[in-house]
Ligand binder design. Structure first.
Ligand code: 0O2
Length: 213
C-alpha cells in the first residue's frame, strides 16, 4: 500500500517542482530588469501521505477518490511583501489560465478572513505534468499571502499540530490578537509602499552597479 501511495505522489512532486521554477523565474525576471517584484519568495510541498489519509478520513472521502477531492496534495506558497502585491500575483496567474494551467476555483480568505484569523488567497488549479508514463493532470493549490500573513499562519499551524487542532481558549484569544496585529502591520506597510518600492529598486540598482565595478 505504501508503495502505491509513493507512486501516486510522483506527478504531484513533479508539479510542485515545475511550478516553483515558474514562479521563481517570474521573481528573477522582475529583479533582473531592475523592477520591484510582487513575489518575495516561493515554497512548495507535497502533502505527507499520513496527512492525505487523515484529511480523507475527516471528510469521508474514499481513499481511491483522494486525487479528485483533495486539492492541496500539491501545494505552492507565494509570499509577497505587500497586500497589493497579492492582486498582482493573482493577475499573473489568471493570465496563464488556459495556457499552462487551468484555474478551477479561487478562495479569498483576505476579504473573508477565516474565523481562526487566517488570511490568504487560494487558487486551485489543474496542472498537466508529462511523466515517463504519459500525461497526467493534477490539482494543485496556490496560496498567496503577505510575509505577515505567512508568519501568523505558520505559528498557528504549528500550535494546531501541537494541540491536535484543539488550541486552548486563552491561546486562541492571543492568536486572534496576533492576527489583528498582523493585519495592522500589513496596513501600515501598505501606507508606506511607495517608499518601500523606491528604496528596494534603488538598493538593487546600487548593488548591480557595485557588482559591475
Ligand atoms: P496543511 O498541513 O497546510 O496541508 P479546511 O478544511 O478549511 O482546512 P480546505 O477546504 O481543504 O480547508 O481548503 P482551504 O480552505 O483552501 O484550506 C487548505 C489549506 O489552507 C490548509 O491545508 C492550510 O494549509 C491552509 N489553511 C486553511 N485554513 C487555515 C487556518 O485557519 N490556519 C492555517 N494556519 N492554515 C489554514 P491543510 O490540509 O489544513 O493543512
Amino acid at each position: 500500500m505504501i508503495r502505491d501511495w509513493k507512486k501516486l505522489l510522483i506527478p504531484y512532486e513533479q508539479a510542485v517542482e515545475e511550478l516553483k521554477v515558474k514562479f521563481k523565474s517570474i521573481r528573477s525576471e522582475y529583479r533582473r530588469t531592475g523592477q520591484y517584484s510582487p513575489i518575495e519568495f516561493v515554497t512548495g510541498r507535497v502533502k505527507e501521505i499520513s496527512s492525505i489519509i487523515d484529511k480523507a478520513k475527516k471528510r469521508g472521502i474514499p481513499l481511491e477518490k483522494v486525487e479528485e477531492h483533495i486539492e492541496d496534495i500539491a501545494g505552492i506558497r507565494i509570499m509577497c511583501q505587500l497586500v497589493d502585491d497579492i492582486e498582482k500575483v493573482v493577475d499573473i496567474i489568471r493570465k496563464r489560465d488556459g495556457k499552462d494551467m487551468e484555474i478551477v476555483e479561487e478562495r479569498d480568505y483576505i476579504t473573508n478572513m477565516k474565523e481562526s484569523g487566517y488570511r490568504s488567497y487560494h487558487i486551485i488549479i489543474k496542472y498537466p505534468v508529462h511523466t515517463a508514463f504519459g500525461e497526467k493532470e493534477v490539482l494543485a493549490e496556490i496560496q498567496i499571502r503577505t510575509l505577515a500573513m505567512n508568519f501568523w499562519a505558520t505559528i498557528e499551524h504549528s500550535l494546531n499540530y501541537k494541540f491536535e487542532r484543539n488550541i486552548p481558549e486563552n491561546i486562541r484569544i492571543r492568536l486572534k490578537r496576533a492576527a489583528d496585529a498582523a493585519f495592522l502591520l500589513d496596513k501600515e506597510m501598505s501606507k508606506i509602499k511607495d517608499e518601500i518600492m523606491d528604496a528596494q529598486e534603488e538598493f538593487r540598482t546600487r548593488s548591480t552597479l557595485i557588482e559591475e565595478i
